[in-house]
Design a protein around this ligand. Structure first.
Ligand SMILES: Cc1ncc(COP(=O)(O)O)c(C=O)c1O
Length: 479
């Protein structure tokens, strides 16, 4: 290896070592085969659905047979299955891709749809290309990294966060509905209405007031770490009130809410009947839909614009037949209404799991020392269990046969570390009971020792950082 490479490797290794010393080193892990899935984003368990798998296989076989027939007829080369052959703008387009887009648009009651190879690409393509210099992007402070990356690419003049899921009200800096039984946190950011009011007020921007500059408001339908749902009607009302010139454009990332909400899984925007009020939607196929890829739902003008300017569409190989076929068979399944019982079972599990977790909190009275679960009923399959010891709790659950993962800063704000319990249509009540039993056993085993540590630390006058981290040293912050 040339010397310069060794030098660079040395510098990178030092950065990794620093990250490890902060307890933040990321490593690839594999799902444990013996574990029940309480972790993945496949909320409807569609990727393991036998009927869908058989449909996909039949479609692939039909394609192979059709390709062979083409060759027999000397109609040219065999139809491709493995790769699309290029960018959508070159050899990677097909009637099949366009048909699927038309079906997806119709299903979600949108004028058009444009496929991307992932929802990450859809977000970066949309936000990276549409906002022009002088425009403003206002975004929920917990918005997904792909929206942040799109904003970085964007030429928008200003990008302003607002307090998480906090639209209006007298407490402009209170995030996540603090005080109503949810896991509220204090945010340094103002609520959406406050931010928009400042932008369009007398002290704000003349271009925004006059409607010359556009304001894009970015929210998620279902937030993947807190499991809370955006107050979409309130967002629409705030935009109407604060931007009466009509220059407010709402973008909803439905990566986690598609499949889960709305008739046949049409998503939150359709469930709320706000299709005409949302400027663009980004859907992901990698979560409840059980495939991979993403799509932007938008007007035909926006679609043409993205085809011309979205770099993540133009400069990448488009989806292969296998991906398109898997999306198609899942949409066939949704359109047929067969996913309805899955959503009904999911709803039952969400309610049951939340009640069981709250019951543990009540029985063990661990206060805020060991676990915290929001009081308000869970509204989605994502139920965060906050704990200062996410790694220890996750490891205990995994050893007990239940896959949950620790979520630590910077993925979530420091102080709100957690395990993220995700329930799926494929889970059973007995599995939920097993998981809750494991969590309760862990609380019982450890919370006496943590309380002892707490008392000792208090008597020694130790500060916030070291207290309570002695017993479960795996989660101890390393400074
Ligand atoms: C809210 C949100 N948007 C977009 C994405 C990106 O989705 P994809 O995995 O399709 O790139 C994710 C994935 O984690 C997400 O959680």
């Amino acid at each position: 290896m040339p010397g310069t490479n060794r030098q660079l490797d040395g510098a990178l290794a030092a950065l990794l070592a620093r990250r490890e010393s902060h307890g933040k080193l990321r490593r690839l892990t594999k799902p444990l085969a013996h574990c029940v899935d309480f972790s993945s984003n496949g909320y409807l368990s569609l990727s393991t659905n036998l009927e869908i798998q058989e449909q996909l296989l039949a479609r692939l076989q039909a394609r192979v047979a059709a390709g062979a027939a083409d060759i027999d007829r000397a109609a040219g080369s065999r139809a491709s299955i493995l790769g699309s052959g290029g960018s959508r703008l070159l050899d990677g387009n097909s009637s099949f891709a366009e048909e699927i887009e038309a079906r997806i648009a119709a299903f979600h009651r949108s004028e058009t749809a444009l496929l991307f190879t992932s929802a990450y690409d859809a977000n970066t393509g949309l936000l990276g290309s549409v906002p022009q210099p002088g425009d403003v992007i206002v975004y929920d402070e917990l918005i997904h990294a792909s929206v942040h990356d799109g904003m970085r690419m964007s030429r928008a003049g200003r990008k302003i966060p607002f307090a998480h899921n906090s639209v209006s009200g007298s407490r402009p800096g209170a995030g996540a509905e603090a005080g109503d039984g949810r896991l509220g946190r204090q945010s340094e950011n103002k609520n959406l209405e406050h931010v928009l009011g400042q932008l369009s007020g007398r002290e704000g921007s003349e271009d925004v007031r006059s409607g010359k500059a556009n304001v894009f408001v970015c929210v998620e339908g279902l937030y993947s770490m807190d499991g809370d749902v955006v107050h979409l009607q309130k967002v629409v009302d705030a935009v109407d009130r604060c931007l009466p010139s009509g220059n407010g454009y709402i973008i909803v990332d439905e990566a986690h809410s598609v499949g889960v909400f709305g008739d046949d899984g049409r998503g939150l925007v359709c469930k709320s009947g706000l299709e005409d009020r949302i400027w663009a939607r980004v859907l992901g196929f990698g979560k409840a839909i059980g495939c991979s890829g993403g799509v932007v739902l938008c007007s035909s003008t926006v679609r043409s614009y993205l085809i011309n300017y979205a770099r993540s569409l133009i400069y990448t190989t488009s989806m292969p037949f296998t991906s398109l076929a898997s999306i198609e068979v899942v949409y066939d399944y949704l359109v047929s209404g067969r996913s309805k019982p899955l959503r009904e079972h999911l709803e039952e599990l969400i309610h049951y799991t939340h009640c069981q977790l709250r019951a543990i909190c009540a029985r063990q009275r661990p206060g805020q020392l060991m676990i915290r679960v929001q009081e308000a009923p869970a509204v989605s399959p994502i139920i965060p269990v906050l704990t200062p010891y996410p790694r220890a709790l996750a490891e205990h659950c995994q050893r007990s046969g239940f896959m949950v993962r620790p979520i630590v800063a910077p993925t979530v704000p420091a102080g709100s570390e957690r395990i993220r319990v995700c329930v799926h249509s494929g889970n059973t009540i007995e599995q939920v009971d097993g998981l809750c039993k494991a969590i309760e056993a862990w609380v019982r085993q450890n919370h006496g020792a943590v309380e002892r540590d707490e008392r000792r630390d208090k008597s020694k006058g130790l500060g916030e950082v070291t207290k309570t981290h002695n017993v479960l040293s795996q989660d101890r912050p390393r400074l």
